[in-house]
Design a protein around this ligand. Structure first.
Ligand code: TYC
Length: 109
């Protein structure tokens, strides 16, 4: 099972401690940050957030914004949980400060 299966080989180091030749590791889970469409948040504001928070170029940001505008929802990026959570909070905080109803959430990738 998993990427480390099939190797239980053990070694004894110079201090007599037995260690796994390849200790089990786990890749951190990834999360999609999703942006939701609404009828009120200005397009330029969304593009600005995508550039500022998600480090997109103006062209990438415009593409994502239009995708969300047309389909109702879209992916801003995929990150580890803490990074995704921070970006969602930054978006919601900026939207709130500017009185825009913009919503943003995350889901496991
Ligand atoms: N639909 C908005 C408008 O027409 C633009 C918009 C795009 C809003 C993406 C939110 O996540 C969003 N002004």
């Amino acid at each position: 099972m998993g990427s480390n299966s099939g190797n239980d080989e053990e070694r004894e180091n110079e201090r007599g401690v037995v260690t796994k030749a390849r200790p089990k590791t786990k890749k951190p889970s990834q999360y999609r940050v999703l942006l939701l469409n609404d009828d009120y948040t200005p397009m330029e504001f969304v593009v600005g957030l995508l550039m500022g928070v998600f480090k997109k170029t103006q062209e990438e940001a415009t593409k994502i914004m239009l995708d969300v505008h047309q389909n109702g929802i879209g992916v801003c990026g995929i990150y580890t949980f803490e990074v995704a959570e921070t970006k969602v909070a930054q978006v919601l905080d900026a939207a709130k400060r500017h009185d825009h109803p913009l919503k943003c959430t995350l889901e496991k990738a």
